[in-house]
Ligand binder design. Structure first.
Ligand code: 6GU
Length: 311
């Protein structure tokens, strides 16, 4: 997987060479390239922003600078697209930011093996780009089909585990980090019209100064799903927001079974695996209902067993 990140603070991403992602890079699983957006400016001040059309506070990132940069990274020729609606939504269907994953897919995946189970949305990326936007039929050549262009944006659908899984199948990810009040809205719409799979994502309901941290979060969520990235793929399947229809996980304990006077729940030391599994499932359901009722609401009821319903 090739990952291009464009930012006015590319140094921010030098930390990616450390830790697991650094190891994945040296193993050749991923190549991460961080670019400075200012390298695509032509004026002495290397300016990337301008005042908002219509007035208001803050600055907006200029479309021309982004386009020169993205054309190069995506291998596209600069072509005018006068038919593009500057207000069109990027999503053709209503966005369901649920993070839930089909229980059927998960069960099947678990049976097939942990590696498959961790990647239940196989081929979703290539499917979604195999039907380029109608406008892409113009003279402009379409983009590479396994490339996804991603803009972090606080005013976008939430990035979920499902998105991470889907994007882990892409061959090329290009992240465009906005600063200031954001980037000109025509930029993502232009590239969508050029046949690129374009996404905007928020990582949560709070405001950050720019997209850099959000990209780091998304990158970690995506790259850890690459085959060969994690030592033990089982640990991916069992986590919160994956497997068992996106419940929060049960609590974990290790030895000693009594520590500073606190004993672990007795059932866990019983050696009865059936009982342990039931206990953990009940705890996961109860904790999720308590902490994240929104996840319970989105649960696929057919995925709940009779025993679950008693909880
Ligand atoms: Cl993706 N960007 C910024 N600037 N703030 C955010 C965000 C993204 N997601 C949550 N807050």
């Amino acid at each position: 997987m090739l990952i291009d990140i464009v930012s006015v603070f590319p140094e921010y991403f030098s930390v990616l060479d450390l830790s697991l992602l650094g190891k994945a890079q040296s193993k050749g699983l991923v190549e991460v390239r961080a670019h400075n957006l200012r390298d695509w400016t032509h004026d002495v001040h290397h300016s990337v922003d301008d005042t908002p059309v219509g007035g208001g506070a803050g600055m907006v990132m200029k479309p021309a600078v982004w386009a020169e940069c993205l054309d190069e990274l995506l291998g596209l020729e600069p072509v005018d697209m006068p038919q593009v609606d500057p207000t069109a939504e990027l999503w053709d269907e209503p966005v369901v930011s649920d993070g839930a994953i089909d229980e059927a897919t998960i069960d099947e995946g678990t049976a097939k093996g942990a590696d498959d189970a961790a990647r239940p949305d196989d081929a979703v990326v290539s499917e979604s780009v195999s039907e380029p936007a109608p406008a892409a039929e113009s003279a402009a050549p379409a983009a590479d089909s396994d490339t996804v262009l991603i803009f972090p944006n606080p005013s976008a659908p939430l990035f979920t585990q499902r998105d991470a899984t889907q994007l882990s199948h892409a061959g090329h990810l290009v992240f465009g980090c906005g600063r200031y009040e954001g980037y000109d809205a025509r930029v993502p719409r232009y590239y969508k019209a050029r046949g690129v799979d374009v996404r905007e994502y928020s990582i949560g309901d709070y405001v950050l100064n720019g997209g850099e941290v959000a990209v780091s979060v998304m990158l970690e969520a995506i790259t850890r799903l690459l085959p060969g990235f994690m030592g033990n793929p089982d640990s991916i399947v069992e986590e919160s927001y994956t497997g068992s229809n996106a419940l929060l996980e049960h609590l974990q304990y290790t030895r000693p079974t009594t520590w500073r006077g606190i004993s672990v729940p007795e059932v866990l030391t019983s050696g009865d695996h059936g009982k342990v599994d039931r206990y953990r499932r009940d705890q996961a359901l109860a904790r999720t209902a308590d902490i994240r009722p929104d996840l319970i609401e989105k649960l696929d009821c057919t995925a709940l067993s009779k025993a679950d319903r008693k909880t």
